[in-house]
Design a protein around this ligand. Structure first.
Ligand code: SF4
Ligand code: SF4
Length: 425
């Protein structure tokens, strides 16, 4: 995937060109094996294939053009950072992916070894100078969700211009007030960085843009619940992943066009697998690009993934923001209400998530839940134990997997997942 058209741009961004070439080579190979080999894909997926093949090329070029016109680029790691405010400040909002283990060795010189792969990845990407998104950012926004991230941002903040939002750990009134003040602090920070005032009109327009993106993804997720499913779980995951770094308006139009095709397929009862294929709900930690290992193993074991209870999935799109309010205070309240509904495992207590997983599993007629946790992620590992008990009462089988971004456990995971799929068949 190395491309001479973009080499000058990558050099200007101070990337380590040989290391970056190696990353793109692995990514291209991985993508070919996991995505291009699928049978019966929707035509509209070509758009996603193109976006992904140009992820370090054309999209980065667009970001550089936006920068040259005075727009700031904001990088984020968590769905708690309100994209609506970023857009209302005429800035570009990018999710920094952190789904590969390149740069881990460097990261381990600054972080404890028993830190989750996602955190090591974003620190490693920066230290190894291999991510053109990170290098394009004018500001990176962190959040004090889990302890691992909190401490990593202290280190990361020495390498990038960093803003950290303090996030509450409960859903009390005091917690809501804290989050509201942090949303306002982010708004002020954005205004200072961009020199643009966030007006009521701009914020309303941005809320509508982001709601439309979430509605398109909700439509996609509703259509894929059909049996047979018109799209593979891998492709649907890719769409949710691309939602974090593509232009939101272009992305929304493309996904709605894809949904039109999916509607036709559903009417004709056409799918990527046969009717009655075992249906899996994936639940747990976020899966950033190019973290496709478990979905690939699952679908090549004869199952189809019909939903993701994850931040790269339903947790990010389930709730919309009320667009009706006409003053700034009301809009900020609407944003705060919307974001405080996210059921991240970092909250305590967090019973909502248990209920969400059960209702998703029932609505999607899932035959089983695959719980995905990153090694050393305490919040999701703890909830996996509790979730298994809740699901058992509902007679929904669950398999808990803990893994990282390496390929060393592929065979072991395959054996476990195959046995689970056999059991629920
Ligand atoms: S799991 Fe929690 S901390 Fe991680 S991205 Fe989601 S909301 Fe943020
Ligand atoms: S996966 Fe777990 S440990 Fe890692 S950043 Fe997310 S919540 Fe924290």
């Amino acid at each position: 995937m190395s491309d001479p058209r973009y080499e000058a741009m990558w050099e200007k961004l101070n990337l380590d060109i040989p290391a970056h070439d190696a990353l793109l080579g692995v990514l291209g190979q991985f993508y070919g094996d996991i995505y291009m080999s699928q049978k019966g894909r929707l035509q509209g997926m070509e758009y996603l294939d193109f976006v992904l093949s140009e992820v370090h090329g054309l999209r980065i070029q667009e970001l550089q053009e936006a920068k040259s016109k005075g727009h700031k680029i904001i990088g984020t790691f968590c769905v708690f950072v309100p994209e609506e405010l970023t857009l209302a400040a005429n800035a570009v909002h990018i999710g920094l992916c952190s789904g590969a283990d390149a740069g881990t060795e460097q990261a381990e010189t600054l972080l404890p070894r028993n830190t989750c792969a996602l955190i090591k990845s974003f620190v490693g990407f920066k230290m190894a100078r291999i991510c053109p998104f990170t290098e394009s950012c004018d500001m990176v926004v962190g959040e004090t969700t889990c302890d691992g991230k909190k401490k990593a941002y202290e280190t990361f903040g020495e390498m990038v211009n960093m803003h950290v939002m303090e996030l509450p750990q409960t859903k009390s009134d005091a917690a809501r007030a804290l989050f509201r003040s942090e949303v306002l602090r982010y708004k002020e920070k954005l205004e200072a960085l961009t020199g643009n005032t966030i007006t009521v009109e701009k914020l309303r327009a941005a809320i509508s843009t982001v709601n439309n993106k979430r509605k398109a993804l909700q439509r996609l997720d509703a259509l894929r619940s059909a049996d047979p499913s018109p799209i593979s779980g891998r492709d649907a995951l890719l769409i949710h992943q691309v939602a974090f770094y593509d232009d939101p308006v272009r992305f929304t139009a493309s996904i709605n066009a894809l949904c039109d095709q999916m509607e036709t397929r559903v009417k004709k009862q056409e799918g990527v697998t046969a009717k009655g294929t075992p249906r899996i709900l994936l639940s747990g930690c976020p899966m950033a690009v190019p973290n496709w290992k478990l979905p690939y193993i699952t679908e090549s074991s004869g199952a189809v993934i019909v939903g993701e209870e994850s931040c790269i999935g339903t947790r990010n799109i389930r709730n919309l923001t009320d667009e009706k309010t006409e003053d700034m205070d009301g809009l900020i309240d609407a944003l705060v209400d919307r974001y405080m509904e996210i059921d991240c495992a970092c909250f305590t207590p967090n019973t909502e998530r248990m209920g969400h997983v059960v209702s998703m599993a029932k609505e999607l007629k899932a035959d089983g839940v695959l719980h995905y946790g990153l090694m050393f992620c305490q919040p999701y590992a703890s909830e996996a134990i509790r979730l298994e008990k809740v699901l058992r009462k509902e007679e929904i089988p669950m398999l808990a997997i803990e893994t990282d971004y390496s390929m060393e456990d592929m065979e072991q995971l395959k054996t476990r997942v195959e046995a689970f799929v056999e059991m629920i068949r």
